[in-house]
Write a protein that binds this ligand. Structure first.
Ligand code: NAD
Ligand code: UDP
Ligand code: UDP
Length: 320
């Protein structure tokens, strides 16, 4: 821990969505890297238990606030993660989801502009929609339904990217945009609704494993520690590298393969059942991470099996 004299010179980092899954890991990492951390969250999907261990740390501050409203502080770097990420959560109040991405981006970019802080946007592979180019490269413009059930998230995130690049061009704000592909790990909400947490929770309780559709759709799963490494590398990268840059693990698995792996690793007696596929569910997804490798010298290190073991241990402890 830094000593008291260092306190006043530590860089101040704001993490919006800091009580969520990724945000809480990022707060841990920033504290470890000697930042003065301000965690801002409205607790829509965030959990206090994710950051409870930081509350007594003098370099950590928790603020309950909604990013759709202006927020004034003095800050050196901003990580803009606030936004529900799981389809059931972002579809629960779709208007608020779009507001969070769009008004949230405007407010955080306004804050970055006033304080001259560097700002990183947690964008998503969802900007590619149901991709016609495989694997996805950053130059692909995507295939998004603008009026579907997922569009509050997809189009909100696309508009946020637009705002980031316009503040960069128009106001010279120092921006960093990463497109995150499916990431999993400890601190995911047990009822998050995303596939990894659903399958693990079901397997640990010997309940049926719910595959949507025929289970042949693919995703690429990145372990959270790898993702956080990339996020920090991106924030510290040379000013002229704005992204967007894909961050994800290129290993590609069908949902059926994922279910079978989780059943094996948990030793569960769960059966696989099939449920209807939600509308506009992307059929395939896999990042091309050449740019991240070239510019950030980053590649994921954790295999799906090792990452799942850590995540299973977390959920096992949680349900006791
Ligand atoms: P999460 O739902 O666990 O965390 C989101 C956090 O944002 C929560 O703590 C929530 O309470 C907070 N939040 C939501 N709306 C807010 C608002 N209006 N004001 C303030 N706080 C608000 O999700 P996550 O997986 O940690 O995702 C974090 C970010 O990364 C999101 O922006 C998401 O779109 C992006 N992302 C995540 C993934 C992934 O696989 N985990 C993939 C692509 C992009
Ligand atoms: N904003 C904020 N914190 C700040 C500065 C700005 O929340 O420290 C908000 C402000 O409410 C404004 C938005 O960010 O609506 C965009 O700011 P900008 O300066 O780009 O626009 P303007 O204030 O000129 O509308
Ligand atoms: N999925 C599934 N069963 C579940 C939850 C999700 O088969 O219990 C599927 C979902 O239809 C999608 C994939 O798993 O094809 C990944 O879903 P998730 O919600 O985790 O992320 P996203 O679709 O946003 O990539």
């Amino acid at each position: 821990m830094p000593n008291r004299d260092d306190y006043y010179v530590l860089p101040r980092a704001l993490v919006t969505g800091g009580a969520g899954f990724l945000g809480s890991h990022l707060c841990n990492r920033l504290i470890k890297d000697k930042n003065d951390v301000i965690c801002l969250d409205n607790f829509f999907t965030g959990q206090k238990r994710n950051i409870a261990h930081l509350i007594d740390n003098p370099y950590f501050e928790l603020v309950r606030h909604d990013v759709t409203f202006p927020y004034y502080i003095e800050v050196d770097k901003i990580f803009n993660l606030a936004c529900p990420a799981s389809p059931p959560h972002y579809q629960y109040d779709p208007v608020q989801t779009t507001k969070t991405s769009v008004h949230g981006a405007i407010n955080m970019l306004g804050l970055a502009k006033r304080t001259r802080a560097r700002i990183l946007q947690a964008s998503t592979s969802e900007v590619y929609g149901d991709p016609a180019v495989h694997p996805q490269v950053e130059s692909y413009w995507g295939n998004v339904n603008p009026i579907g059930l997922r569009s509050c998230y997809d189009e909100g995130k696309r508009c946020a990217e637009t705002l980031f690049f316009d503040y960069y061009r128009q106001h010279k704000v120092e921006i960093k945009v990463i497109r995150i592909f499916n990431t999993y790990g400890p601190n995911m909400h047990p009822n998050d609704g995303r596939v990894v947490s659903n399958f693990i929770m079901q397997a640990l309780q010997n309940e049926d494993i719910s595959i949507y559709g025929d289970g042949q759709q693919t995703r690429s799963f990145c372990y959270v520690d790898d993702l956080i490494d990339a996020m920090v590398l991106m924030m510290n990268s040379p000013t002229d590298f704005t992204g967007p840059v894909n961050i994800g693990n290129p290993g590609e698995f069908t949902m059926l393969e994922l279910a079978e792996k989780i059943i094996l690793l948990t030793g569960s007696s769960s059966k696989i059942i099939y449920k209807p596929l939600p509308s506009d569910d992307p059929k395939q997804r896999k990042p091309d991470i050449t740019l991240a490798d070239q510019k950030l010298h980053w590649k994921p290190k954790v295999s799906l099996e090792d990452g799942l073991k850590e995540t299973i241990a977390y959920f096992k402890k949680l349900i006791g």
